[in-house]
Write a protein that binds this ligand. Structure first.
Ligand code: MN
Ligand code: MN
Length: 297
């Protein structure tokens, strides 16, 4: 990685960790989730950065991919366990980080365990480290606290332009002995749960990503495609972002349905813990070095 690339990534990483700290001050019981998400996104934009993806505020048994809907009326509950997952983007340089906050103390041990799992995993990161050894350590830590890890979610490589690129870093020993490469950017993200440890697609779908520019038939879908390619590019976006940029809500929703049908969009439905377990997540972006790693977020 060139010095220039490294500096851009470091700047984005600094803003991401500041945004995560800021999110703790705005998540309060009774507050609307949409206000919180917009405040965090504004925090990142006010620093001159874009979003790697819409701010995720997945709650309780939701593990990932819940970002508030357009005119979402939901509020933070008194007992909610909320995963804040966000990333500042500097041009094509993406970062990704997450922390879990709880409104009462009931699941603070679960959160502590996910943070410890991340810390222990980070201590193993260096060039040549096998990725199943990282997963094994995450699961060992989770079990030492009495929790399961989520087997079908994990960390990943990050490349310029692409948030999920190359390797998948498991949260258990999946036998994959691929080695980490020096200078690779990766995200490690233990998901721990009181449940069985698998996520399934939920009903809500709020996050999309442009993957093709095949021209749709209808006027509204053409307008949406032009917003997507012109504003969101190939990075994930939220339905509420698109609705704000189009004249009417129903046109945006109709357009999205058409663009999905013709294959222009990837979709990221909310992922829910199958057995209804509460989920905590901790995540950081790292740069792999010869004997250790740099913490980017
Ligand atoms: Mn990630
Ligand atoms: Mn993330």
């Amino acid at each position: 990685m060139t010095e220039h690339d490294y500096n851009k990534l470091k700047e984005a990483g600094k803003v991401s960790s500041e945004a995560l700290a800021y999110s703790r001050s705005v998540i309060k019981p009774g507050r609307k989730l949409i206000d919180i998400a917009e405040e965090i996104e504004k925090f990142i934009e006010d620093k001159g950065f874009s979003q790697s993806f819409p701010v995720n505020l997945s709650r309780n048994e939701e593990a990932a991919h819940y970002t508030p809907e357009y005119s979402d009326s939901r509020v933070v509950g008194d007992k909610d366990v909320i995963k804040v997952d966000l990333g500042a983007r500097h041009g094509t340089y993406l970062t990704d980080c997450a922390a879990t906050v709880c409104m009462d103390g009931e699941y603070s041990k679960l959160i502590e365990a996910s943070e410890k799992a991340l810390e222990n995993a980070i201590s193993l990161v260096k060039a040549g480290r096998k990725i199943n050894e990282i997963g094994k350590e995450i699961e060992r830590t989770a079990k030492s606290y009495g929790y399961s890890t989520i087997k079908n979610l994990g960390g990943h490589g990050i490349e310029e332009h692409e948030l999920h690129a190359g390797i998948f870093i498991p949260n258990f020993d999946n036998g994959d002995n691929t080695e980490l490469e020096e200078d690779a950017v990766i995200a490690i993200e233990p998901f721990l749960t009181t449940g069985g440890g698998y996520v399934v697609d939920g009903d809500s779908l709020q996050i999309f990503q442009g993957v093709s520019e095949k021209m749709p038939r209808s006027a509204e879908a053409r307008e949406a495609l032009s917003v997507i390619t012109g504003t969101f590019s190939t990075y994930p976006f939220a339905m509420r972002w698109l609705i704000k940029r189009m004249a009417e809500e129903f046109r945006a929703r109709k357009a999205i349905a058409e663009l999905i049908t013709i294959g222009d969009l990837d979709t990221f439905p909310v992922l829910t813990e199958k057995s209804g377990g509460i989920v905590a997540q901790s995540e950081k972006t790292l740069l792999v070095r010869k004997d250790s790693c740099d913490i980017i977020t």
